[in-house]
Design a protein around this ligand. Structure first.
Ligand SMILES: *[C@@H]1O[C@H](CO)[C@@H](O)[C@H](O)[C@H]1NC(C)=O
Length: 299
């Protein structure tokens, strides 16, 4: 009884510490936005309060000396300067602490880097047109994005390590340029392997979909878990995210129903490597399926 009274003042402190540990373990949700005109605005996505990162996708043409082309599906026409109005959305997002990234690549489009000089010129283009530099024709207007995402899925893997290095050199000059990458789950990734070896990426969101050898399949998380273990022990990065389809329709395979995610999949991946949260493809399917809302508290 005496001991109990003596120690009881510590209880609130212990509870507070336990709460802080819990908070530090809570993961983030990252979502791709930009490939479906019916997914709502960028500001809507950020105002939902669901996401820590919104990844504007895609800069689908760049490199090989080509004029870079932004593709935001039905949202706006970048060719006529029609996407500059997104600047105010981007600022809305950033005011709420949501980081806004520009994704390079995607599943289609003509892109690739032909040389070190080409990588340097793409890095300079990105800096001047989307990051802290300046240009008279910034496609998204004056807002300064938080970083660049590499979603390289076609073409060869050459010179992306140099592109990452050149972009990271801007961080040294002041404002941090966040670098993220979205490799496919088979390790190593055919397109991003050398770039990821640089160790320069803050977040790596691994695509556990459209990849039968390593995706979740009808109740079986063993292939996913084994790929997660390999990725997190083989690549040096700030943190790793479980990349998932936001609905059954969002990919040809790999969908994890919310209940399975929280009961089976997340407990397995959270304990291995530097877990950061989940990434969802994409905002449109997330709205349709209400996925983030259902899993957010467990992520
Ligand atoms: C989405 O999921 C949340 C959490 O389970 C729930 O509260 C909300 O009602 C759902 N919204 C819709 C539109 O189904």
């Amino acid at each position: 009884m005496v001991a109990k009274l003596k120690w009881s003042p510590l209880l609130p402190l212990l509870l507070l510490l336990a709460g802080m540990v819990g908070m530090s373990r809570a993961g983030n949700i990252a979502v791709y936005w930009g490939q479906n005109g019916n997914e709502g605005t960028l500001a809507d996505a950020c105002n939902s309060g669901l996401y820590a990162y919104v990844i504007v996708s895609f800069l689908s043409t760049f490199g090989n000396g080509q004029a870079p082309v932004l593709n935001l599906a039905g949202h706006c026409d970048p060719g006529s300067g029609g996407c500059t109005g997104l600047s105010s959305d981007i600022q809305t997002c950033q005011t709420q602490g949501v980081k806004v990234l520009l994704s390079l690549g995607g599943g289609s489009g003509g892109y690739g880097l032909s040389s070190t000089d080409d990588a340097q010129s793409v890095a300079t283009y990105l800096w001047d047109n989307f990051l802290g530099g300046s240009s008279s024709s910034r496609p998204l207007g004056a807002a300064v994005l938080d970083g660049i995402d590499f979603d390289i899925e076609t073409g060869n893997s050459a010179h992306y390590d140099e592109l990452a290095t050149f972009l990271s050199q801007h961080s040294a000059q002041g404002q941090k340029v966040i670098l993220t990458a979205a490799p496919q789950c088979p390790y190593p990734d055919a397109s991003l392997g050398p770039a990821l070896q640089t160790g320069l990426f803050d977040n790596v969101w691994i695509q556990f979909y459209n990849n039968p050898p390593c995706q979740y399949t009808s109740g079986d998380a063993s292939n996913l878990q084994s790929a997660w273990n390999t990725w997190t022990s083989s690549v040096k990065a700030g943190s790793f995210y479980l990349g998932l389809p936001a609905s059954q329709d969002a990919a040809s395979g790999g969908y994890v129903p919310p209940g399975d995610l929280t009961s089976t999949v997340l407990p397995g991946v959270k304990g291995v490597g530097s877990y950061g949260g989940i990434m969802l493809w994409n905002r449109y399917y997330d709205v349709q399926n209400n996925y983030s809302s259902q899993v957010k508290d467990s992520v």
